[in-house]
Structures are given as structure tokens and as C-alpha cells.
Design a protein around this ligand. Sequence first.
Ligand code: PGA
Length: 257
Amino acid sequence: MRKQMVAGNWKMNLGLAEAKTLATEVCQALREAGLPGGENGPQVVFFPPHPFLTTVVEAIGKTPGVSAGAQNCHQEKKGAFTGEVSAGMVRTCGGTHVLVGHSERRAYFGEDENLLAAKIRQVLDEGLTPVYCCGEVLQERDGGRHFEVIASQLGNGLFWLDRDELARTVIAYEPVWAIGTGRTASPEQAQEVHAFIRQRIEASYGEDTARNMTILYGGSCNAGNARELFARPDVDGGLIGGASLKAGDFVQIIRSF
Ligand code: PGA
């Protein structure tokens, strides 16, 4: 059975005290509600800015089903790369996941799929879970090229992995035109692309692998639309930006399955 997941991408927001409070409040609310914890509950992952990771990991403590990760890491193991953070550092700070290929990294930092593939190698080598983001820009959607774009992002960024490695990876479909814009993909649009992603996995890795992969939707997902999105058969949860910064909203999203 594939795992459901709700992840909060905090981006470059909050201060240390706010980050600690947010993680603490979410965990407390989940414990009180008896969520997520159990075998069938969704996994919850916070993606704070790097300097807050240790504090957030401490705030989570032993809350079942909740962990934290990094929004990015470097493609090399170690060395003279001033200002960078390695996957190994994320692991030793208690992180479990790393976002790879978020559209903001692709657009503002020029990250291409060769680079992203190298990052995924590092993340997997450290025993962490990569959350690989893909998605088309508005022009590509309007030109009817979104399937082609996504197929190429998957092919170049991910499909060089062997089957076991791919199975340890989470995919997030984030249409760029829906990120931070308040314009969400409709549940039908999300389902259509998620089903397409699963078909591509099946074509390269077989039905079993495809069936068990967790595929998240991201892009203006919030407490008001999460339930409808998560109800679609191929949508296994969400990667949440803006709405993950408020404990109440984020908890409501987690309860939307
Ligand atoms: P948003 O961001 O929910 O604020 O649209 C999602 C993301 O960028 O991961």
C-alpha cells in the first residue's frame, strides 16, 4: 500500500522562534487528535530553512509519523563549496527528506536535470528520501505541452534510478502556474497528470512500483481545497507552501484524507 503524505515547504519564511512554535503546535494538535501515527495515517514532513532543522527536529520529538527535511542540498558529498549544505549534514541533523527540483530552484538558481540527478544520488546515498518536484509553466500548459514537459522532467531527473531507488523516492507534481498564485489545479487536472506520472512509472518500472509510489500535488493547496484534491485516486497528498505556515490550516489539510 502506498503511503499518503502531507509536506510543508516553509521556503525562506519565519524566524527560529516562530519555526519552533509552528512545529510544536502542529505536533501537539496531531497528538491530541490521535493523528497521524498509525500504519494508515499520512506521513507529515516539515521542510524548514536549513538553520532551523535541528530545532524543528527537537520540537517534533517522538511524534509518530512526523519528521523534517531540507528544501535543498548540494550535489557533492563534501568539500570547498562555501554556503552549501550536504545531504549528509541534513541526515546528521535528524532530517529524513530533501526536496529536489522545486520550480523555484529550477527558475531562480538555474538547476537543470543533470544537477538534480546528482542531488538525488547524494540524498539516496545518505539513506534519505528525495521528494522530486516536477511541473509545467503556464505557457507550456496553454500550449498543451504539459505532458511532454513532465515526461522529460521525470525521464532526465529520475528514471535513471534502479527500481529500489525509485521506490524510495516521492514525486510532487507542482504546476508552476499554481504555486503561490491562489490558482489551484482543479482536482480533475491534478488527477489527470498524476495518472500520467503513474503510467510513465509503470512503463519504465512495472505495475507494482507504479502502484506503490507516493505522488503529491502542490500549488495553492489549502484547507479549503485539500479534501477534494486528496480524494482523487492518484493524488496521495500534498506539498504545501503558504498554507503550511499556519498550524491550524496545516493540521486541517493533514486531516483532509
Ligand atoms: P504554495 O506553494 O502552496 O504556496 O502554492 C507550494 C510549493 O511551492 O511547494
